[in-house]
Design a protein around this ligand. Structure first.
Ligand code: GTP
Length: 248
């Protein structure tokens, strides 16, 4: 195993009930506790993981209380934070709005070079009650240069990848967690463009063919029927009369 890196302080914030404690419990102890009590204090846990790139990293994770009355306390933990994870609940539009308008705004006060921001769209297992589209979370994350992951502390999904991406970004500030995704999108766009071009060409050929058929038909309709050439015209003139009324 590679040498252990310095400790990296991670602060998890977001509205009460979005699942901060559960995300931490799932990440640290691989468990999901349905009956978690609303946090009254800030808990702290440490964990070292091996990243996908083979490097090790240690996180000191602080799970803060989301209730309004504890908001000012959560702020105290921003000191020396290396990472802030902003959590919202995909079944609560309000938690998403508060994440953007309050919790994200608060992070602007953190005076740390290369602060890593991450956004966890939690409770993805409750997709049937979804109030926030994945794309809304992704768009906001891209706009603030934050790592984004849909997570479910209940189903243990998305949490490992979230911390892996955070770890890689700490070690390499230029790390682009969307690189793979962007490559895929580019490939799909290329395929899509090729398909559209092919369809356009086919449509053009089809139009040309049907125009040709129409023209041919039109020409045929303009040709007068053979009979019309046989019509002969006879002119009848009145006989000239002299003074006596007799004909000449
Ligand atoms: P505060 O401590 O009050 O700030 O809340 P919190 O953000 O720490 O939320 P907590 O982890 O205590 O979870 C709140 C409730 O949501 C609990 O009933 C959890 O069982 C539930 N919960 C958390 N994560 C998930 C999830 O991914 N899916 C589902 N279905 N429920 C979850």
């Amino acid at each position: 195993m590679a040498a252990i890196q310095e400790f990296n302080k991670v602060v998890i914030v977001g509205e009460a009930g979005v699942g901060k404690t559960c995300i931490m419990a799932q990440f640290i102890e691989n468990k999901f506790d349905i009956d978690t009590m609303s946090s009254l204090t800030t808990q702290f846990k440490r964990k070292t993981i091996e990243l996908k790139n083979g490097k090790n990293i240690t996180f000191d994770i602080y799970d803060t209380a989301g209730q309004e009355k504890w908001r000012s306390i959560a702020r105290l933990y921003y000191k020396n934070a290396r990472v802030v994870i902003l959590v919202y609940d995909i079944t609560s539009k309000k938690s998403f709005e508060e994440m953007k308008n309050y919790w994200y705004e608060q992070t602007k006060q953190i005076d740390v070079e290369n602060l890593v921001l991450a956004i966890a769209a939690n409770k993805s297992d409750l997709y049937e009650q979804r109030q926030v589209d994945n794309s809304e979370g992704e768009e906001f994350s891209e706009s603030v240069d934050a790592i984004f992951a849909e997570t479910s502390a209940k189903n243990d999904s998305g949490i490992d990848i979230l911390f892996d991406n955070i770890g890689q970004k700490i070690l390499d500030p230029n790390f682009d967690y969307l690189a793979e995704e962007k490559k895929k999108r580019k490939k799909n766009n290329k395929k899509e463009n090729e398909r559209e071009e092919k369809e356009e060409k086919e449509e053009k050929v089809e139009n040309e063919n049907s125009n040709n058929i129409e023209n041919k038909k039109g020409n045929e309709e303009n040709i007068p029927p053979r009979e019309s050439f046989r019509v002969t015209t006879k002119t009848f003139r009145e006989p000239k009369k002299d003074k006596s009324g007799c004909c000449k």
